[in-house]
Ligand binder design. Structure first.
Ligand code: ZN
Length: 492
């Protein structure tokens, strides 16, 4: 066997073990008996140390040194690019730092949950200070003299830089704040849905909608969890949802969102399964798929018209007088505190603020002790409301407690990519609205599969979007879409 073949065989087994680890996590969030938590932590820990040893195995370095990249075809070269990157990151971190980060963040997550429940930021501060101190060290070790925040972001969005992302966010922020102010000043707001929507009915409709969007239940499942997520890859891609009986959009739109993630994974070229190309290429591109399914397609007037009919079929009463009122309720803009409940207009403002704050934290220009004050000032400026308590502000997200710095911007990047893809998709499928009005999404999903999803990790993240759209990704199409859609809905 050549060095390349040996490396691929080794990698294949690592990928398979990674899938097993993911399935243990899926099980923990869905069907695991309550009393199994402590043992499950041991099981996951044991598997993670096997995976860590494989990812830093010195033989990878030897194989990489022996391979002549110039002689590989594009698929082989892409596989090697992923392995080189992951190996360099894994080996650049001192063992002691990785272990301390794992230990501190697992403790910090529990303390964060307590602090959020008690609305007590002081309880969380000491451990968050430790997390930030360790993440600064990690970023410095990975950055190798470059921007430390870039080094963290690179884990989720390879190739993205803080400078470029920050400049784009600044251009977006002014337009979004203006749009928000126009909407809030319009003096009219659609009514939310009224009624009670049974869990059985919601789950049946969620299943139907998932099938309509092309999610393949022969290679997937839909279960309930506290926070919806997608797990797995290749032939086994599972999604979850949640149900609130008075708020059917919660279940429906988190299902459509996860269906976007799930279809991306299911539609990757099967030849890439259990290789470095066998998963979505970045968090940003992943989020572009979930967002375009959820928003540009799922919250469009034609599709919500079809959904209104299905709601009436299932519940006898969709909770709105007609399809237009239903569409307005789906797209209701409201100045809430919580990111995960935010509408399309507010969502990116949430992300930009977290991006700026965490970039300052990692760069050292903001200290953890001043974080809450900085958060509250920024929130009042961008959202026009004062934060009333920490659980509605700085304590709302789990990310920082588990050390996820550099992850937030990928959510907004996904929205930007979704805006670009929507523009290209509508040019390619001119009768898309007629299809959506009949509940047909095949035209959209076939285009996304062909131009984005099937490639998996073959191209670099920005390159995937640029190849699909025929232009370099930028924030223009998303902002134009938001202006047009919400301008019409609110008459502003
Ligand atoms: Zn998502």
């Amino acid at each position: 066997m050549t060095a390349f073949e040996e490396l691929m065989e080794f990698q294949h087994e690592t990928e398979a073990l990674g899938q097993v680890a993911g399935r243990l996590g899926w099980d923990q969030e869905t069907v695991m008996p309550r009393g199994a938590a402590a043992q499950r932590a041991e099981e996951i820990g044991a598997l993670e140390s096997v995976l860590h040893a494989r990812r830093t195995d010195p033989r990878i370095g030897d194989w990489l040194a022996a391979i002549d990249d110039g002689r590989l075809d594009p698929v082989g070269a892409a596989k090697l690019r992923h392995i080189r990157r992951t190996y360099a990151r894994a080996t650049r971190l001192p063992e002691k730092l990785s272990a301390e980060l794992a230990r501190v963040t697992s403790r910090a997550q529990g303390i964060w949950a307590e602090a959020r429940a008690a609305d007590d930021m002081a309880h969380f501060l000491p451990v968050l200070e430790q997390v930030v101190r360790l993440k600064r060290q990690e970023a410095a070790a990975l950055a190798d003299g470059g921007d430390p925040y870039d080094a963290l972001m690179d884990d989720f969005e390879p190739g993205a830089t803080a400078a470029e992302t920050g400049a784009m966010f600044r251009r977006m922020r002014d337009r979004l704040v203006m749009l928000r102010e126009r909407i809030m000043g319009a003096g009219r707001g659609p009514a939310p849905l009224r009624g009670n929507f049974s869990e059985v009915g919601q789950l049946a409709l969620a299943q139907q909608v998932a099938e309509h969007f092309g999610y393949d239940f022969r290679h997937g499942r839909l279960d309930k969890s506290v926070h919806p997520f997608t797990s797995g890859g290749g032939a086994d891609v599972r999604i979850t949802t949640r149900v609130v009986e008075t708020e059917p959009f919660n279940c429906l739109y988190s299902t459509i969102h996860e269906v976007g993630h799930g279809c991306y994974e299911q539609n990757i070229d099967p030849a890439y399964a259990l290789t470095p190309l066998g998963n979505g290429v970045s968090m940003g591109v992943h989020e572009s798929q979930s967002r375009i399914y959820e928003n540009q397609l799922g919250r469009s007037r034609p599709f919500t018209g079809w959904l209104f009919g299905r709601m009436n079929d299932v519940f006898g009463d969709a909770g709105a007088p007609d399809a237009d009122a239903f569409h307005a309720a789906v797209n209701r803009v409201h100045s809430g505190f919580i990111r995960t409940e935010a509408d399309e207009v507010h969502y990116n403002l949430h992300i930009m603020m977290r991006f700026d704050l965490e970039r300052q934290l990692i760069g050292g220009s903001l200290e953890v002790a001043d974080l809450e004050e900085a958060w509250n000032a920024r929130f009042e400026h961008d959202f026009g409301v004062a934060v009333d308590r920490p659980s509605n502000g700085v304590l709302q997200d789990v990310h920082w407690s588990v050390g996820l710095f550099g992850y937030f911007p990928t959510y907004a990047l996904g929205n930007v990519y979704a805006g670009c893809l929507n523009l290209a998709l509508r040019a390619a499928v001119p009768d898309l609205d007629d299809q959506l009005a009949r509940g047909h999404t095949e035209g959209a999903t076939a285009w996304l599969k062909e131009h984005v999803q099937r490639h998996g990790g073959l191209y670099r993240p920005r390159e995937v979007i640029e190849r699909a759209c025929g232009f370099a990704p930028n924030e223009g199409p998303l902002l134009d879409y938001l202006d047009a859609k919400f301008g019409a809905l609110y008459g502003v």
